[in-house]
Design a protein around this ligand. Structure first.
Ligand SMILES: Cc1cc2nc3c(=O)[nH]c(=O)nc-3n(C[C@H](O)[C@H](O)[C@H](O)COP(=O)(O)O)c2cc1C
Length: 191
């Protein structure tokens, strides 16, 4: 079967580990172009339950310093190697976009659906970054769920991190990994 270009892009998507992402990152115009595609997600109630926080330059290192301190506060016994990992997490890729889910509690659109929309944004941003020649990876880890990190990033009531999307120029060709076989995942419902 002929594979249309849109499916070729979907089929070619793969993450580039953030450690392998370097300069250059996207400039303002390129990032906005990516975001233009990323915001085009299914959105029940058109709530726009997401926003973006850009982390670049020295702000990445400052966040790393905060994370290292916070990691020790959370666990004073944390092994130094782990703390160093947290310190440098945001220092590899030139740009990290924190995709913030803005969840309206008690809305007739269930919270799950609002969160799913924010998840779609992360995915679309990965696709857009790759389509424009960049590598990207969607990461979370404990810092996506820590209330003090949320505060430092300026998140408000009802806001949470859907993902940190690290974006930069890939320094390696990432090998393909095994992908699920859709045939094994598909069943027919019979009444
Ligand atoms: C919500 C979410 C959070 C993730 N968080 C992490 C993470 O903290 N660390 C990590 O190594 N991979 C994480 N991943 C997985 C990577 O983004 C990526 O999917 C994985 O490396 C496999 O590569 P692929 O995208 O080419 O399949 C996360 C994925 C999702 C959807």
């Amino acid at each position: 079967m002929h594979t249309p270009p849109a499916l070729q892009l979907l089929d070619a998507r793969r993450s580039v580990p953030s450690l392998e992402l370097g300069e250059p990152g996207p400039d303002d115009a390129t990032l906005l172009r990516m975001l233009q595609s990323a915001v085009r997600v299914p959105d029940h109630g058109k709530l726009v339950p997401f926003r973006f926080v850009r982390i670049t330059g020295d702000a990445r290192h400052a966040l790393g310093e905060f994370l290292a301190a916070r990691a020790l506060q959370r666990n004073p016994e944390a092994p130094p190697a782990l703390v160093e990992k947290d310190r440098s997490r945001f220092s590899h890729a030139p740009m990290i976009i924190a995709v913030v889910a803005r969840i309206q509690a008690g809305h007739k659109v269930p919270e799950q659906e609002q969160l799913l929309t924010a998840g779609c944004v992360c995915f679309a941003l990965l696709q857009a970054a790759q389509a424009l020649g960049f590598g990207a990876q969607w990461l979370t880890a404990w810092m996506a769920y820590d209330p003090e990190v949320a505060k430092v990033l300026g998140l408000g009531e009802g806001e949470r991190i859907a993902g940190f999307v690290h974006i930069g120029t890939a320094s390696v060709d990432v090998p393909e990994r095994d992908r699920p076989d859709p045939r094994a995942l598909l069943t027919d419902w019979t009444p």
